[in-house]
Design a protein around this ligand. Structure first.
Ligand SMILES: [Zn+2]
Length: 137
């Protein structure tokens, strides 16, 4: 059993509902539990929080994520993966990951977060931030 870590997200009020939805849609090893939500503050727990943090950063780049540890809150915004697999799909119809007969899992390199810039590992295409937001929200 991997220990759960506790986080606090401070984000602009108009992005909290979209962040909440995105966090709720994470499953499996990436699952998170939202414990408390206020106007501009979401608290959640996760055992493997990297994808949760990535989603939050793409949807709301100015939000601040802190980890609660021993009664302290510590900023963790740099604690993001270099690659992301499985939570996004490539918008390029010719990409190998878009072919129904190919069981290839989409994989993206995270080139930058603000603005969100992700590059498909297979076809090299950069995914437009609005496409990312549409897929994640
Ligand atoms: Zn692709």
């Amino acid at each position: 059993m991997v220990e759960e870590r506790n986080f606090v997200v401070k984000s602009p009020q108009d992005t909290t509902s979209v962040i909440r939805r995105a966090l709720n849609s994470l499953t499996g090893n990436n699952s998170v539990i939202i414990t408390l939500e206020k106007d501009d503050r979401i608290e959640f727990s996760a055992s493997f929080p990297a994808y949760a943090m990535l989603k939050i950063k793409i949807l709301s780049p100015t939000s601040v994520i802190r980890e609660k540890k021993n009664g302290m809150e510590q900023e963790v915004s740099d604690d993001l993966p270099d690659w992301v697999e499985g939570i996004l799909s490539c918008p390029n119809k010719n990409c190998i990951t878009s072919q129904p007969k190919e069981p290839t899992k989409p994989k993206f390199k995270i080139a930058s977060i603000n603005p969100a810039k992700l590059q498909c590992y297979y076809c090299g295409r950069y995914v437009d931030p609005t496409v990312l937001v549409a897929q994640l929200a």
